[in-house]
Ligand binder design. Structure first.
Ligand SMILES: C[S@@+](CC[C@H](N)C(=O)[O-])C[C@H]1O[C@@H](n2cnc3c(N)ncnc32)[C@H](O)[C@@H]1O
Length: 208
């Protein structure tokens, strides 16, 4: 089975609704990652795409919402979420500039509109008026700060009624204590959702 067919099958299994156009765009993104040697194999990337898309909660993403991916690396989960919700306005942020050119290519190739690219550490971006408290949703996957530190930093990017979604891996073992850790970072735990495919728990945090 090719990448697109595998992704389509997994999306059905995990109840993620993708149009043919979205499947094509995710496949094109996969091919660009593969051509840059950013990924090891198609199987793993299907898992990564499903992981990224699984955090989506329609209630937290109003029409035209501004979303920031903190420490996006090659674009996970920001680019899959932008493909899922093309009306959203995405900011990809990373401290390292080594992905900027790649992000630009993806944006051009997929003709993605309303995407902003920021090369700076999150600690600096939270102080910039054009980013501070400007987003409906902040997401972060793979940034190795403690859960309370991530909540403290990322909520500063979120509007008063916004949300932060953190991708937690099982080995970090922060989830059983998530409510206390989220509160220590200044947030309110909305829910945690565990996704079996990548042994992942999404921690949903509301500001305030
Ligand atoms: C393990 S990668 C995760 C990338 C991507 N989110 C993913 O899931 O594949 C961690 C990323 O965090 C970025 N990073 C590390 N410290 C950062 C900081 N203080 N602010 C913003 N990005 C940071 C790194 O440059 C790297 O791209």
């Amino acid at each position: 089975m090719d990448f697109c067919a595998k992704l389509a099958a997994m999306a059905v299994k995990y109840n993620i609704k993708l149009s043919d156009k979205q499947l094509e765009e995710l496949t094109c993104y996969y091919e660009m990652l593969r051509d840059r040697d950013y990924i090891r194999n198609a199987e793993i990337t299907v898992g990564t795409m499903i992981d990224c898309l699984s955090c989506y909660d329609a209630m937290m993403f109003p029409v035209g919402c501004r979303v920031i991916d903190v420490a996006a690396g090659p674009g996970f989960p920001g680019i899959p979420l932008k493909i899922l919700r093309p009306d959203s306005k995405l900011c990809l942020l990373d401290a390292s500039d080594y992905r900027l050119e790649f992000w630009r290519e993806v944006v051009d190739q997929l003709k993605l509109s309303d995407v902003t690219l920021v090369h700076a550490p999150v600690e600096e971006v939270i102080l910039m008026p054009e980013h501070r408290e400007q987003y409906q949703v902040a997401v972060s996957r793979g940034l190795s700060f403690s859960l309370s530190k991530l909540v403290e930093l990322c909520l500063q990017l979120v509007k008063p009624d916004g949300y932060y979604i953190q991708f937690e891996v099982e080995r970090r073992k922060e989830v059983p204590d998530a409510a206390a850790k989220v509160a220590a970072g200044g947030g309110q735990l909305v829910k945690t959702v565990t996704q079996e495919l990548e042994k992942r728990t999404f921690v949903y945090v509301k500001k305030g």
